[in-house]
Structure formats: structure tokens, C-alpha cells
Design a protein around this ligand. Structure first.
Ligand code: FCB
Length: 439
């Protein structure tokens, strides 16, 4: 199964999950530093204070990338390193770190793929109201412009946001992610202002090739009953279309707006916002881990799916990774086919896909997971989907948000005592896929 020349093979990470060095070179706290310092929020009381210490060890990490033959490296820029207060003064030492990183990546023949926002909002912006406030979108565009001016001469592909669904709904509705608020109306406002920030940032980076990364999934109803199908429509709406439609079609899906009517009237949407959000886009990043099977029922606990109180998540009966996510590569193929038919104009990149397993260096289960999903990508390409690249999540074991260090997604093992890196079997497997240009 070949992907043809030009297909981009990469691996992904994000700033707070690997960098550590949280108080170095002028960096100030982000919402994740604050959240981690709040008792009970993170499994094991873990924090990203040291993480994989990539801030200091990036030369070694880039050497590993080169040894694997990676074509691209997707990483994120930490806003609180560049603008520690979230607005105003720029910290050159923070920008210098990303200059050094990008130069090292380029010197090793690897394309840098920065993401501007992978969840580490400067704490002062949250103190001023966070993403539910419109001003945060304006601040984000200003920050994007600063980073683009510093790196735009050597970086061509820019991703604005990573998974705004998580920032909005896990951050402001369930409270499972930073900043840990539980305010459904605020979470929808956050979603809108994240998208607005995306559009404004795209406009602030002239000449850049711009994308956005969404966590999308394939949603299936438990049965053919009208009630189950309605449940699937709702979840597909909140998870996929609430983000895809404004970005790619310049509109919010009317059924989702209706589903959310009890929560919000969307009065925060100003004239021309949708035009801004639908700024010309060069690629869509797709993060896929697991499919969803849903039915009509009573949801338990605070739902991330604000406005979908009568939806229950069903067990598809498949094997799960150690984080508890069901494994189904077919879901990725179905998702890619659906994106290609519903949003045909936009080239796709899988910007994250991978699995957490407890096994350490001999990680046969991770190889099986990746093999199945790379096969799904090959099938999509063979069926004409405009899929241009695949990024494994993750290059390194890292800080897995509220799960702390207990969940390992890396192709490379990190010993959190010594910070020693060890190449896992899955990394060798991936290097062979890259060498052959396919399976
Ligand atoms: C995604 C995140 C990424 C990582 C993976 C496992 O939702 O973008 O940071 O945590 O899940």
C-alpha cells in the first residue's frame, strides 16, 4: 500500500506536554500551570513543570526525528513564552527558543509544522474572562502575528488552533481541562471566540499556508430508531459540524443552534464574524483516535455535549487502549470519506493519531493500532480522498493532561526519573513505513 511521493509523514507533540521549563526565560503561568496546581485536578498530582524537558533536550529529540526519517514535525508554540501576560510585551527569549528549534528541525531536513494554540492560554487572559470573552480572540490574532513575523521566513505551514472542541467544552463545560469551569453558556461563547480567533489569526499571517486542527470523529447511532439517529445527529453536530461548518462553509449548522437554544441564543455572534471565521484555509488537520456509538438515553455526569442531555454513549464492544478509548480504524476511513464528500474543497492531513498502552519499549499493541490506522489512510487515498499527510501522536511519551504521566502515547519512551529517551519498537516500525512510503 503506497501513498505516493509527496505524502508527508510526521509526528506531533505540544508545548505544555513536553517542554517543561515552565519558569525559564521569562515564561509565566498558563491556565494549565494553574490547573495542575489545583489539588485533585490531575491524576497523581502530576504537572508539566518538567515533562520531557524538551526545552533543554530538543537537539537530542530532533536527532531522533532525523533517525526516524520524519518529513515533518508538528509542535506547538507556548503563548506564555512569547507573550507572558497574553498581551503587550514580547519575550524575545521565548521566541528565540522557537527560532532555535525551527532552525534545528530545518537543518535536519524536516519541515516544521507549528500550532499556535495547543491549550496553554496565558493565565492573565483567563483572569480577564478567558475564551468566553471576545477580547481573547483579538489577543490571539496579535500573538499569531508576532510569531509569524518571527518565524514566517522559515515556516510555511501554520496551524492556528488544536482541537477547539476540547478548549471550549472540556475547559468551560465539564471542567475536566483547564481552566476547569462548568458553565455551559460560557463554553459555547468560548467555541465561537476560539473560531473567531482562528479567522483573525489567519488574516494576521499574510502569505502563510494556514490550517486548523479539529478533533473529529465518526458517530454512529446504536440502532436505527429515530431517537438513536437523533442522538447521533446531535453529537455529530456538536463534535464535528459546529466547527467544520463555520470554518469551511461560513455558517453555524442550524440544527445545532436549535439544540443549543436552551443554553444560548448565539447573541455573541457579530456581523461579519462568520466571514472572518471562514478565512481562506489551505488544509484541515484531522485528529482521530476513536469512533463514537451513541443512543437516546440519560447521560450521566456533566456532559461535554452541552445541549445533548438525552444522549448516552454506548459501548461498541471493541478492544480499548489503556486510556479507555475504543479501537476502530474503520472509523477513520469513514470519517475521511465523509469529510471528502461533505467538504470536498479542502486538503486533509491527519495531524494526530495514536494510542496509549502500558507496554514500554516492546509495544506490539501500538504497532497494531498504527498499522490499522495507516491502512485506513491508504484506503482513503486509494479512494481519491485528498489526504496529504499523517502525523503520529506522539513523538515522545508526555504529560497527558488530566491523566498526567500515567498514559503513554509516545513512539519514544521517556523515563521520567532520568529523562532518558528510548526508541520503542513502534518507532522502528514507523521509520520503516516512512522509508517504504507506505505499508
Ligand atoms: C488530543 C490532544 C493531544 C493528546 C491526544 C492524546 O486530544 O490534542 O494533546 O493529548 O489527544
Amino acid at each position: 500500500m503506497s501513498f505516493g511521493p509527496g505524502f508527508l509523514w510526521g509526528a506531533a507533540t505540544s508545548s505544555y506536554q513536553i517542554e517543561g521549563a515552565v519558569a525559564v526565560d521569562g515564561r509565566l503561568p498558563s491556565i494549565w500551570d494553574t490547573f495542575c496546581a489545583t489539588p485533585g485536578k490531575i491524576d497523581g498530582g502530576d504537572t508539566g513543570a518538567v515533562a520531557a524537558d524538551h526545552y533543554h533536550r530538543y537537539p537530542e529529540d530532533v536527532a531522533i526525528m532525523r533517525s526516524l526519517g520524519l518529513g515533518a514535525y508538528r509542535f506547538s508554540v507556548a503563548w506564555p513564552r512569547v507573550q507572558p501576560l497574553g498581551s503587550g510585551a514580547v519575550e524575545q527569549r521565548g521566541l528565540d527558543f522557537y527560532r532555535r528549534l525551527v532552525d534545528t528541525v530545518l537543518d535536519n531536513g524536516i519541515q516544521p509544522w507549528p500550532t499556535l494554540y495547543h491549550w496553554d492560554l496565558p493565565q492573565p487572559l483567563e483572569d480577564a474572562g478567558g475564551w468566553p470573552e471576545r477580547d481573547t480572540a483579538l489577543r490571539f490574532a496579535e500573538y499569531a502575528q508576532i510569531v509569524h513575523e518571527a518565524l514566517g521566513d522559515r515556516v510555511t505551514h501554520w496551524t492556528t488552533l488544536n482541537e477547539p472542541w476540547c478548549s471550549a467544552f472540556l475547559g468551560y463545560a465539564t471542567g475536566r481541562h483547564a481552566p476547569g469551569r462548568q458553565d455551559p453558556a460560557a463554553s459555547v461563547r468560548a467555541a465561537h471566540h476560539l473560531l473567531l480567533g482562528h479567522g483573525l489569526a489567519a488574516r494576521a499571517m499574510p502569505g502563510a499556508s494556514v490550517g486548523i486542527t479539529l478533533n473529529l470523529t465518526h458517530v454512529t447511532p446504536g440502532t436505527r430508531s429515530a431517537a438513536d439517529q437523533d442522538a447521533a445527529r446531535r453529537i455529530d453536530g456538536l463534535q464535528n459540524r459546529l466547527f467544520l461548518d463555520p470554518v469551511l462553509l461560513a455558517e453555524y449548522p442550524s440544527d445545532v443552534v436549535e439544540d443549543l437554544a436552551r443554553v444560548t441564543d448565539f447573541g455573541f455572534v457579530q456581523e461579519d464574524d462568520l466571514k472572518t471565521i471562514a478565512a481562506p484555509l489551505d488544509f484541515l488537520g484531522v485528529n482521530y483516535y476513536s469512533p463514537m456509538l451513541v443512543g437516546h438515553g440519560t447521560s450521566t455526569g456533566p456532559s461535554a455535549y452541552v445541549g445533548s442531555e438525552h444522549v448516552t454513549h454506548l459501548d461498541g464492544g471493541r478492544a480499548r487502549t489503556s486510556i479507555g478509548w475504543e479501537i476502530d480504524a474503520r472509523g477513520l476511513l469513514d470519517l475521511l470519506l465523509r469529510l471528502d464528500s461533505d467538504y470536498p474543497a479542502i486538503p486533509l492531513h491527519v495531524t494526530e493519531n495514536g494510542a496509549a498502552f502500558d507496554d514500554e519499549v516492546h509495544d506490539a499493541a501500538r504497532i497494531a493500532y498504527l498499522d490499522g490506522h495507516v491502512r485506513a489512510c491508504a484506503e482513503a487515498v486509494a479512494r481519491g480522498v485528498r489526504l496529504r499527510g499523517y502525523f503520529a501522536w506522539s513523538l515522545l511519551d508526555n504529560f497527558e493532561w488530566s491523566y498526567g504521566y500515567a498514559q503513554r502515547f509516545g513512539l519514544v519512551h521517556v523515563d521520567y526519573q532520568t529523562l532518558e529517551r528510548t526508541i520503542k519498537d513502534s518507532a522502528h516500525w514507523y521509520a520503516a513505513v516512512i522509508r517504504r512510503g507506505g505499508l
